[in-house]
Ligand binder design. Structure first.
Ligand code: SF4
Length: 289
């Protein structure tokens, strides 16, 4: 049952449209996801994305009153213990029956949703009303909108409410970025945004490494990736942590396959001289998406 709770990543829970709890082994607690992209639209098209874009979305619009209601209800279920009477959470051991974070993470890029700034204010309001000090608010982003004034304002608000920005960086070169992220947004733009975001607050960098078309990332790509991290640091950016992980669930493209933990460790070793903490995860419970 515990494995079921960890593996289960439905974007729906108990009839909810937007808010879904997941058990995070990494966080050793419950992470409550807020999905602002039920339409499954994303400005990236990562080869390893786990969102099923072959089926039609059941919901296409975001109703913030409903988001707030669902969030309050799930948080209350965690507080009261009701969540742990339901599948797949019934087998969660006592030490993991704790709320760790609320995470903007769903079926697309959360910060690109027009509702994002207001949703942040609503989530902060719920968190304050329930007195949830110590509960982080995570924003999982591909970095594409970190220069937008409304997004910057929303993230600044979160800075005062235990916010953390977890930003994706999966490549070191434009060519590799184009091949695996398949976005029309230039790589240079993403890097500029990461530099900007990291100057405004320490970022957590999330990097997914995997075997692509039978090949692990070559040494040249790994070296270029480290150079990009150096550029963020050299332009005044701060990095809280680098998370190195691989695929945990079926990807969009079958030619994307997970790396072994020792391969991830070898990649992490190239980063450690940067002086930023690096953590390796064999899979991920809470990555983008
Ligand atoms: S992994 Fe994240 S950024 Fe990439 S396509 Fe999926 S939702 Fe978008």
């Amino acid at each position: 049952m515990l494995e079921e709770a960890i593996r289960a990543h439905p974007r729906t829970y108990a009839g909810n449209r937007y808010v879904y709890p997941v058990l995070s082994r990494r966080a050793r607690g419950i992470s409550v996801g807020v999905n602002l992209n039920p339409d499954k639209v994303c400005n990236f098209e990562c080869v390893y994305c786990q969102v099923d874009r072959h089926s039609e979305p059941e919901v296409r619009t975001v109703h913030l009153d409903r988001v707030e209601e669902e969030l309050s209800a799930v948080l209350e279920e965690i507080r009261s213990g009701l969540l742990f009477e339901r599948r797949p959470f019934a087998g969660v051991p006592e030490p993991l029956r704790r709320l760790n974070d609320i995470a903007f993470s769903g079926d697309g890029e959360p910060t690109a949703a027009s509702e994002f700034p207001t949703a942040v204010r609503r989530v902060v309001g719920v968190k304050e009303a329930l007195g949830l000090r110590g509960v982080k608010v995570l924003v999982l982003t591909n970095g594409s909108t970190l220069d937008r004034p409304a997004v910057r304002e929303a993230l600044a608000l979160l800075d005062g409410h235990e916010g953390e920005v977890w930003a994706k960086l999966d490549a070191g070169t434009e060519a590799h970025y184009r091949e695996i992220s398949r976005s029309r947004i230039p790589f240079g733009k993403i890097l500029e945004n990461l530099c900007l975001g990291a100057r405004e607050r320490p970022l957590v960098i999330q990097s997914c490494f995997f075997r692509w078309k039978g090949e692990a990332p070559p040494a040249s790509e790994r070296a270029a990736y480290v150079e990009r991290l150096k550029e963020i640091l050299e332009t005044g950016g701060r990095l809280r942590l680098i998370q190195v992980y691989t695929l945990a669930r079926p990807p969009a493209e079958q030619e994307a396959q997970p790396l072994l933990t020792e391969e991830l460790e070898a990649i992490a070793a190239v980063m450690r001289p940067l002086g930023v903490p690096v953590k390796v995860f064999g899979g991920t419970e809470r990555a983008c998406p």
